[in-house]
Design a protein around this ligand. Structure first.
Ligand code: URA
Length: 452
């Protein structure tokens, strides 16, 4: 890229609705990393693309340019299918904590590179760090060796893996340019492809607590991710799943780990455990197992305790206290103030999912600014869902707070987050769409013409 002048030209072309070439996108990203174009120029170009739409070819080009900015992990000599699973982000959405151990118990090799909480959503690394001693910073060789011996590792991506995404994401976060299917797909898929797995399952969230709340946009994002993965020769599929209300009963780091362990112990049968089983089955389907057979195997791995055993191995291998697998609430940190709250009698019509996630963040479960420290113990337990009829005395939220003041703040905020009705309300479906699972190898590069 010829520095500033070319960047200005590209911004103008994107503003006018032109498609940029792969070479232009690659040069732009390289110039950005070399500080030859500045944040304002890249943000302008991204905003023009958010408004005008990016094509599928542009999304693929962004993905390739991001991957080329750093290292890639080679898992090709591991025995067994290498599998990765990724959620686009939600509230009470700790499915990786359950799906990873199930897949490892099923004979897959799971090298999962996870992220931290973002905005109103939680992150797997923050959740796992609530287990005393648990380490998420594994060197690439350590990660590979652990996967080779246990079939499972969950760690932070190193600074060398897709560095351009880290920089671009931080810029998008503060310039209103996150909500673009093409930019989200390239951000996610660049990390999945660089992570080296040959099978990739996406859990694309839809509803108020998702980054793309609109159903059509979420479906489009899922199709785009599948198309990008396949164009790079990976078996890729997606489920589009509900995020119009929090998924698990626990929202907050230790609370989410505790609830995940209860699913692995076979003690919970709810929307969260059901989605974990559906995701694990879909991932097995990508490896060639028939859908019904996959679900039978997953249920058996949970029932027999084999998946719980893998979770215990994972915790031990990464320095955490393995007793957490038997006695989660005895090992995980607990908040000093725990109080119940109820919206009053009626049937729950809606729950403001995103604001529930934000409230857990304000209690200390998330970061208000980059670099903030997480409080692992605090958060919310959600004891009822949309469609449930509750009495005036029935606790619907259990607040886990660091202080009485925080608990009072939470009680006040919660008052505006639940809608009740005297009419019956239909439960919300959990899985909205299944994409690319019946034909996991699929035709290459088959996405719609416009990626948005
Ligand atoms: N998660 C990512 O990794 N990137 C995005 O752009 C959005 C969610």
């Amino acid at each position: 890229m010829a520095g500033r002048v070319a960047a200005v030209e590209l911004i103008g072309r994107k503003r006018d609705g032109d498609e940029l070439t792969a070479d232009e996108i690659r040069a732009l990203i390289a110039a950005y990393l070399a500080d030859e174009v500045d944040d304002a120029q890249v943000a302008s170009l991204l905003m023009a693309g958010v408004i005008r739409g990016f094509t599928t070819a542009e999304a693929v080009a962004f993905t390739e340019a991001l991957i080329d900015s750093g290292d890639v992990i080679d898992l090709s000599d591991l025995v067994g299918p290498t599998v990765d699973k990724h959620s686009t982000g939600g509230v009470g959405d700790g499915t990786s904590l359950v799906v990873g151990p199930i897949l490892a118990a099923a004979g897959c090799q799971v090298a999962k590179l996870s992220g931290r909480g973002l905005g109103h959503t939680g992150g797997t690394l923050d959740k796992l760090e609530s287990i005393p001693g648990f380490r998420v910073d594994l060197a690439p060789e350590e990660l590979r060796d652990q996967v080779a011996s246990l079939g499972l590792a969950i760690a932070a991506a190193t600074a060398e893996l897709v560095p351009a995404d880290k920089r671009l994401y931080a810029l998008r976060d503060v310039t209103g340019t996150v909500a673009s299917p093409a930019l989200i797909a390239s951000s996610i898929m660049s990390k999945k492809l660089a992570g080296g797995a040959s099978h990739v399952l996406l859990d694309v969230k839809v509803g108020d607590g998702a980054f793309l709340p609109d159903a059509e946009e979420a479906r489009h994002l899922a199709e785009l991710c599948v198309s990008i993965g396949r164009s790079k020769g990976r078996r890729t599929g997606a489920l589009v799943t509900d995020m119009s209300q929090p998924l698990a009963d626990g929202i907050g780091n230790a609370l989410e780990v505790g609830v995940a362990i209860e699913v692995l112990q076979g003690e919970r049968h709810d929307r969260y455990s059901e989605l974990c089983a559906e995701l694990a089955s879909a991932a097995l389907q990508l490896t060639g197992v028939d859908q019904a057979e996959a679900r039978t195997r997953v249920d058996e791995l949970l029932r027999s305790g084999a998946a719980l055993e893998r979770f215990r191995d994972l915790v031990r291998a990464q320095g955490g206290d393995p007793a957490v697998a038997d006695d989660p609430w005895g090992v995980l940190p607990r908040a000093p103030v725990i109080v119940d709250w109820s919206p009053g009698e009626g049937t729950i019509r809606s729950i403001a999912c995103r604001r529930i996630g934000e409230l857990a963040g304000r209690l200390g479960a998330g970061r208000q600014r980059q670099g903030d420290t997480i409080d692992p113990a605090v958060g919310l337990e959600l004891l009822a869902r949309v469609g449930d009829q509750v009495t005036a005395e029935q606790p619907v939220v259990r607040i886990h707070a660091r202080s009485e003041d925080d608990a009072a703040m939470a009680r006040e905020v919660l008052g505006g987050l639940f809608e009740r009705t005297s009419q019956p309300v239909l439960p919300v479906p959990l899985v909205h769409a299944r994409i690319g699972l019946d034909d996991p190898a699929g035709p290459q590069g088959d996405a719609a013409l416009s990626a948005g």
